[in-house]
Design a protein around this ligand. Structure first.
Ligand code: QAP
Ligand code: CO
Length: 186
């Protein structure tokens, strides 16, 4: 079931999410709905607060490209796979280096900007069954996990862009909301 995604400036996006306590059927149903929602909106990451549920859970779905080779190592085909991560009650163990990546957010539609984050991370979290997991990541996967972690803390990526870019964003976003409101009233 696809859930409704709340968008900026909805103030619930600035709430700190609470740890998950029960790894039960209700949680599993919710995670499945969160997945349907991420897919429906074409996201690579989503956190529970974005569907107005302030619990410390996120999904990350990063595409992975690999080459299918035959027994002689000759190229057969390009394969496109993706790894789904269900991350509950995460805690960073390591944050190292720096990288800059253009980010977007389902809760800030049609806006993309460069954000500086750690290059590689090590994370402790729980899966949907309450089993503890350890994960190392870099590149886009590390960026996405840090972006979603910020949601759990009540932060958005627009808080991490420079002052001038933020001012321009505020102006453009307000104008866009006004325009959408005028359209819906016609
Ligand atoms: C966070 O964001 C992220 O504006 C996940 O119209 C983004 O999936 C981490 C999206 C980039 C790392 C790099 C945004 C879809 C999806 C939009 C998303 C839109 C439709 C954002
Ligand atoms: Co986001």
């Amino acid at each position: 079931m696809v859930l409704k995604v709340i968008t900026y400036p909805n103030k619930n996006l600035f709430m700190k999410s609470k740890p998950v306590e029960n790894f039960d059927e209700n949680l599993h149903k919710f995670l499945d709905d969160l997945y349907d929602t991420m897919r429906a909106y074409d996201g690579i990451g989503i956190s529970a607060i974005q569907v107005d549920k302030p619990i410390r859970a996120m999904l990350v779905l990063i595409p992975r490209q690999s080459q299918e080779l035959d027994e002689n190592g000759e190229f057969i085909a390009e394969q496109f796979k993706e790894d789904l991560l269900e991350i509950i009650n995460p805690q960073f163990i390591e944050l190292e280096g720096e990288q800059i990546c253009k980010e977007g957010c389902l809760s800030v539609p049609d806006f993309y900007e460069d954000v500086k984050r750690a290059k590689s991370i090590k994370l402790k979290f729980f899966d949907r069954f309450g089993k503890e997991q350890i994960l190392s990541a870099d590149g886009l996967k590390a960026v996405c996990i840090q972006h979603e972690y910020d949601h759990l803390e009540g932060h958005l990526f627009i808080e991490k862009i420079g002052y001038t870019k933020r001012k321009k964003f505020d102006k453009d976003y307000k104008a866009k909301i006004k325009e959408l409101k005028a359209k819906s009233e016609n």
